[in-house]
Design a protein around this ligand. Sequence first.
Ligand code: 5RP
Length: 226
Amino acid sequence: MLGEKDIGKKLAGEQAANEVQDGMKVGLGSGSTVYWMVKRLGERVQQGLKVEGIPSSNQTEQWAKEFGVPLTDFSQVDYLDVTIDGADEVDENLNLIKGGGGALFREKVIAEAAKKFVIIVDQSKVVTQLGAYPLPVEVLPFGWEMAAKSIEALGCAWKLRRRNNEIFVTDNGNYILDCDFGMIPNPEELHKQLKMIVGVVETGLFANMADKVIIGGQETTKTIEA
Ligand code: 5RP
């Protein structure tokens, strides 16, 4: 049986998949909410929908193959019609923290490539101001300690992400620093400061990027547009 959050994730994910139109190139985000979107998209493909997707992680690629969503890549397409992805936090202005699953770099690439960027979340992800969720920052392994010192100087406490006692390595072969900045009043500015640091590959701050957020509740969804 699905828990409260999972019911919201499923509703939001399925609604986003139902809105995809024939012929679209679709950016496929990552995470447990995206799972429901990819699954539903696969069902629609079995019913005759023609779409092609670009996945943002090895896990999403695996789900797309499992559910029968045809895949393509950036050597074949110049843009995506829509990218659909989850988030760890969404604020009132539709700024996001992403990267809880460690796929933030590829997620940003498919978000940038899309004409429309749609976020799917359960109600628990919606906040007034970003920052309760530690900000994931992807860094190159070489000299990551130096990058961490510079990030710390911007006013955060960081932790090198680990999984099963091993350093977590992204699909790009990099590390993730989970950075607690406290509340983040100006996400765009913080993102720019972090990107100036040598060794920072990408940040989980997605400022002024989302066009639409679908929030899944227990029985219905709510949509916010930018
Ligand atoms: C992965 C992400 C995910 O979109 C984010 O962590 C949300 O995941 P979930 O839908 O499992 O709550 O940014 O890098």
